[in-house]
Design a binder for this molecule. Sequence first.
Ligand code: ATP
Ligand code: MG
Length: 163
Amino acid sequence: MAAQYSFVMKNMSKTFPGASKPVLNNINLQFYPDAKIGIVGPNGTGKSTLMKIMAGIDTEFTGEAWPGENITVGYLAQEPQLDESKTVKENVMDGVRPVADMIDRFNEISMLMGDPPADADFDALMEEMGSLQEKLMRLMAGHSIAIWNWRWRRCAVRRVTAL
Ligand SMILES: Nc1ncnc2c1ncn2[C@@H]1O[C@H](COP(=O)(O)OP(=O)(O)OP(=O)(O)O)[C@@H](O)[C@H]1O
Ligand SMILES: [Mg+2]
């Protein structure tokens, strides 16, 4: 049986508009689950460009790049943009907002079931709850890979790796 890689890149090349040659040329990568991988190279050789492609932020390349089944990719930018009007906790919560919203809604439905209003649609609530539970279980079962640049800030790392 073929190995289940957490990420695969095949014959990937990247040329910025106006550049005379590709910054990344014919890259082939396969990462095993739980592998810890560092990308090392002189300044300007394309490390950040590679990570942006892996994160799905830069889609302008030739070749192929895809994460494995149930793999999510977290990306911490070299110069992370945090909201300075918010606390560290609020910044971290922004990173996990979609999941936090699902948990809040799950709990809200549980409360409604315990003390239902007269016009409660139980079938709809049960169906929504089941769907939320399935999504949350899938997220917890799936592996996540987080990629980041060398010059990181603690708060931004927490934002990406909070799950
Ligand atoms: N948006 C862009 N438009 C044009 N050229 C770019 C763009 N982003 C990066 N480059 C160029 O592509 C090359 C690779 O840049 P990249 O930022 O990926 O390098 P890096 O290895 O991460 O460098 P560093 O070690 O300084 O972080 C550099 O020559 C850079 O000037
Ligand atoms: Mg870089």
